[in-house]
Design a protein around this ligand. Structure first.
Ligand code: ACO
Length: 158
């Protein structure tokens, strides 16, 4: 955890607080889908010097499985450990609640995200073919590759 180093404060977003849409939409460009999963999710934000610089959305998929539906860090601060901090905190909190597994989905084009999730202990469990073609109005391109399929990764918690 790099809380001291970066002076980060993690806070659960209450239902009346403003939603950090800019961050959420940088991870998931469909506002329609974001608005679908937000009301039944726990949302945590990370604050640095009074500014919201990151967000993570935890959706209870089943009684003992949580899906990270969205994780995003302000562009200028990416690559400094804030995303790992958010995910590692979510894993710790889930372990304390006896959650058995965490799921995270990413696109076939999101190469650095796929790397990061594996580095944090998630393993590929499923490929949802054409997920991004079927569920998003506009084609999405990253790293010169079209985002077509969702790679679903799981971390089994003990
Ligand atoms: N920029 C820099 N490094 C990245 C990035 C990125 N956009 N994405 C992943 N990485 C890699 C780096 O190689 C680095 O590896 P290293 O530690 O071995 O050097 C590591 O992952 C970086 O880890 P963090 O610094 O902890 O990650 P960061 O704070 O940048 O957060 C995140 C990662 C959330 C993916 C962030 O880059 C981001 O907001 N990206 C745009 C939105 C996005 O794609 N969100 C995820 C979509 S999938 C989903 O929401 C379920």
């Amino acid at each position: 955890m790099r809380t001291k180093e970066y002076n980060l404060l993690l806070k659960k977003l209450d239902k009346n607080s403003p939603v950090p849409y800019e961050l959420l939409l940088s991870a998931d460009p469909s506002k329609e889908l974001v608005d679908e999963y937000l009301p039944t999710s726990d949302v945590f934000i990370v604050i640095q010097q009074k500014e919201t610089v990151g967000v993570i959305v935890l959706f209870p998929l089943t009684i003992d499985t949580v899906e990270i539906k969205n994780v995003a860090v302000k562009a200028a601060l990416q690559g400094q450990g804030i995303g790992s901090f958010l995910i590692e905190n979510a894993i710790q909190a889930a372990q304390q609640k006896a959650i058995k597994s965490m799921i995270i989905g990413t696109a076939n084009s999101s190469t650095s995200q796929f790397y990061l999730y594996q580095k944090l202990g998630f393993e590929l469990m499923e490929i949802k073919k054409n997920f991004f073609v079927d569920h998003y109005a506009e084609p999405i391109f990253e790293n010169g590759i079209q985002a077509k399929h969702m790679l679903v990764l799981e971390k089994v918690l003990r």
